[in-house]
Write a protein that binds this ligand. Structure first.
Ligand SMILES: Nc1ncnc2c1ncn2[C@@H]1O[C@H](COP(=O)(O)OP(=O)(O)O)[C@@H](O)[C@H]1O
Ligand SMILES: [Mg+2]
Length: 273
């Protein structure tokens, strides 16, 4: 694994603003950078703007009537706005959508093969990569002939991730892989993310509400609240940060608290300063 600190930066999001339907301002100046070979986590509660950020990066906002109205997004120094989502896939950037969209009527293996559609390196290479995917996801090998719509939530998440891997990506944008899965399965999914990161050198930017698990596997994290980054740092430092512990890791009686409802302004100021 590369040292995220002095490695090359693949993706740079500079101060972007995103507006839906010409009026709803959702991202209010988000900046982040994703180093090659790292696992970067974009954390925050429901509605914080995580999915919007990922869709802005993979140029999928237009279909949602959303638009980047300020700032820039560069992948390897080139504006992503110049490319449509399919061209970005050929460039090595692929998004695994929230809610693990599979083709329900296709088998698991057929789903995986659809991920190779942009490739031009032939059947033998694709079959080799199918085996590579099955090595990371042994469960999918067992289920290869099953119709995807009849597999479990965890298997569908694995299928969606495996399909992304079949495009031989440089970077995977992974949206809420833990959503709706039992804790043991969440752990398993993150172990696979780590294995793919280390084994294939794939760079990850993952959006997660599950701060606890994400910070155990990511190298660096950004915390998004209400369309703004309120804190960022190496995952190990965030895990030890008292505010993160209080608001995101240590669940209080009322459940997850918000940075916005922080008791003392001084406390908030410490990390905004
Ligand atoms: N297509 C859309 N049109 C209007 N508002 C949207 C749309 N998609 C998301 N939003 C709003 O943008 C905010 C951020 O949503 P989202 O990026 O999905 O957050 P997260 O992924 O962190 O839960 C929410 O307030 C949500 O209601
Ligand atoms: Mg989301």
């Amino acid at each position: 694994m590369l040292d995220a600190e002095d490695g090359e930066t693949l993706l740079e999001v500079n101060n972007i603003e995103v507006i839906y339907n010409h009026v709803i301002l959702v991202l209010k100046g988000v900046s982040l950078s994703v180093p090659k070979g790292g696992i970067t986590a974009l954390l925050g509660g429901n509605g914080a703007g995580k999915t919007t950020t990922l869709k802005a990066i993979s140029n999928l906002l237009a279909s949602e009537r959303g638009e980047v109205t300020k700032g820039s997004i560069l992948y390897r120094g080139e504006p992503v706005a110049a490319r449509n989502p399919a061209a970005l896939v050929s460039r090595g950037v692929i998004q695994v959508m929230e809610g693990r969209h599979c083709f329900e009527h296709l088998t698991v293996e057929e789903n995986l093969l659809t991920g190779a559609y942009t490739r031009k390196d032939g059947g033998a290479a694709i079959r080799r990569d199918l085996e590579m995917v099955y090595d990371y996801f042994p469960r999918l090998r067992e289920r290869r002939k099953s119709q995807a719509g009849y597999t479990s939530g965890g298997e569908q998440q694995m299928t969606a991730m495996g399909r992304a891997l079949m495009s031989r990506p440089e970077t995977i944008l992974l949206d809420e892989p833990s959503m709706g899965l039992a804790p043991q399965l969440v752990e398993q999914i993150f172990q696979i993310v780590k294995a793919v990161n280390e084994g294939e050198g794939v760079t990850f930017l993952l959006a997660e509400q599950n701060t606890n698990v994400a910070l155990r596997y990511a190298h660096y994290g950004y915390i998004l609240e209400n369309g703004r980054i309120v804190m960022d740092g190496p995952a190990a430092a965030l895990r030890e940060n008292p505010d993160v512990k209080e608001f995101y890791l240590g669940m209080s009686d009322e459940g997850r608290k918000s940075f916005r409802n922080v008791r003392s302004y001084r406390r908030r100021k410490r990390w905004l300063a």
